[in-house]
Design a protein around this ligand. Structure first.
Ligand SMILES: Nc1ncnc2c1ncn2[C@@H]1O[C@H](COP(=O)(O)OP(=O)(O)OP(=O)(O)O)[C@@H](O)[C@H]1O
Ligand SMILES: [Mg+2]
Length: 115
């Protein structure tokens, strides 16, 4: 299957941001990638503390990253908005004590311009 480089780039950005969130804020995690003829679905799950207020977490600049994570260059609070801007659809399922599941869909037809 041929995927446009711009689409691969968007998927890589989303996967990177999601996996770093699972490592920095979450706990044990898994990444699943499902490739169908017309759509690609990326799902990143973790068993961490979960997100209390998803709407607030999605706001650019909002971050609860630790000092240690900030010293390594994380904590700008841009990961989730980057994932939203680079996917065609994003669904976040999370609650305190229940871990986090982020599912992103990418249409293979009609690639959207990267944000
Ligand atoms: N998997 C997760 N588990 C728990 N909390 C999360 C998770 N992903 C995101 N969050 C919460 O949402 C906030 C915003 O996430 P986002 O990725 O936008 O920014 P960040 O990770 O803090 O910084 P950056 O991604 O720019 O390095 C996080 O600071 C954290 O509070
Ligand atoms: Mg992040």
């Amino acid at each position: 299957m041929h995927l446009e480089p711009a689409l691969v780039r968007r998927i890589a950005i989303c996967c990177y941001e999601g996996e770093m969130n699972a490592v920095i804020h979450g706990g044990n995690g898994q990444i699943h990638l499902d490739i169908a003829a017309d759509q690609l679905t990326l799902e990143i799950n973790d068993d961490g503390p979960g997100i209390e207020d998803i709407e607030r977490a999605m706001q650019p600049g909002y971050s609860t990253a630790s000092e240690e994570a900030r010293e390594m260059g994380f904590g700008a609070g841009m990961g989730l908005s980057n994932m939203k801007n680079n996917s065609d659809e994003i669904h976040i399922d999370s609650a305190p004590g229940q871990g986090t599941r982020v599912r992103m869909c990418f249409s293979i037809e009609g690639n959207k311009e990267a944000a």
